[in-house]
Design a protein around this ligand. Structure first.
Ligand SMILES: [Zn+2]
Length: 321
């Protein structure tokens, strides 16, 4: 029986989390869909090297049961959990698995519970999920694409994908456990008890489709946001500066140019990144080559952000690297 929970539900136009110890969970709540959107903005491959270290440590633990190896895994999971609330599901999942795997009588049983390679593959799987969710935004949730209901568009989209695309090329739902609960004296709703970070993503995607939330790209920063009620909005509510001004506050105002300039290195990096990610699938480069390139590209981007090299130099480097 797990002592820890990751509970999630949507009510009163907000997302609600209850996390941590089952008998005394920490409660958090954010505006609707905020966590999903910030997750899409996250550079999940940034921590790729850490996942590799965790895999190695778990391999070592699997062979030796040396508890020292676990300290590194715990530290890395803690660091991730501080980065984004979804990573807290990942952390609880793996802490639980490692604890259960401790008593495994042989390597096969250990792997069934806590397969080290699965940990290693997590960033790539999350990266793919991010792109697949963006694809759903583009093709199913996009605001203003006719009168058809979102769930009817979803039916067509998935039927078509099942016929024409490979399973890894589109968002694939898993099985999740939800329970209907009275979450407050005014809200009775479905509640997710997540076993993994992928359960959390599933639950959000399902909510977007079933509750018909249209999405659009922000006219200022170009990133996706969800329309929750005010369908006329063209700007997202992501903070733009230290003062807490958002794209919505600034609208089409003066900061547009400045902001779009400062985001250009990220956009250039993201574009090249997608191109190269596709090359793995096409078999033109190996995953190892891709990761190695990713590390160098992020280091270069930092140089660009810091003004050591110009944007043009960075773009040129991306093209020839
Ligand atoms: Zn924006």
């Amino acid at each position: 029986m797990r002592d820890f929970i990751f509970k999630l539900y949507f009510a009163d136009e907000r997302e609600h989390f209850e996390l941590g110890k089952k008998n005394r969970p920490e409660k958090k709540s954010f505006p609707m869909m905020e966590s999903l959107l910030s997750f899409l903005d996250l550079d999940v491959m940034e921590d790729d090297a850490h996942f590799r270290e965790m895999e190695e440590a778990l391999q070592e633990y699997r062979g030796t049961r040396n508890k020292k190896a676990l300290a590194l895994i715990r530290a890395r999971l803690d660091a991730l959990a501080g980065k984004h609330i979804f990573y807290r599901a990942l952390r609880l999942d793996w802490l639980d698995r490692i604890e259960r795997a401790a008593d495994a009588p042989d390597a096969d049983t250990f792997d069934r519970i806590a397969w080290p390679k699965e940990l290693r593959q997590t960033p790539s799987r999350l990266y793919a999920a991010q792109r697949h969710i963006e694809d759903l935004f583009e093709n199913i949730l996009l605001y203003g694409s006719g009168r058809e209901r979102i769930r009817d568009r979803a039916a067509r989209y998935f039927a078509d994908k099942k016929q024409h695309a490979r399973v890894i090329d589109y968002y694939a739902f898993g099985q999740i456990m939800t329970v209907s609960e009275s979450v407050s004296s005014s809200a009775f709703t479905d509640v997710l008890y997540a076993d993994s970070i992928f359960d959390v993503l599933d639950y959000y995607v399902r909510e977007c489709i079933m509750e018909e939330y249209p999405a659009r790209r922000c006219k200022n920063c170009g990133r996706w946001f969800i329309l929750t009620g005010h369908n006329g909005l063209e700007y997202c509510s992501r903070p733009l500066d230290e003062k807490g001004n958002t794209c919505r506050d600034i609208g089409a105002g003066l900061l547009w140019e400045k902001k779009s300039r400062s985001d250009k290195p990220f956009m250039a990096y993201r574009k090249e990144y997608k191109k190269r990610f596709a090359r793995i699938k096409a078999g033109r480069i190996t995953e190892a080559q891709f990761h190695e390139w990713g590390e160098r590209a992020r280091a270069k981007k930092q140089e660009c952000d810091a003004g050591i090299i110009t944007l043009d130099e960075f773009i040129e480097w991306l093209e020839i690297s």
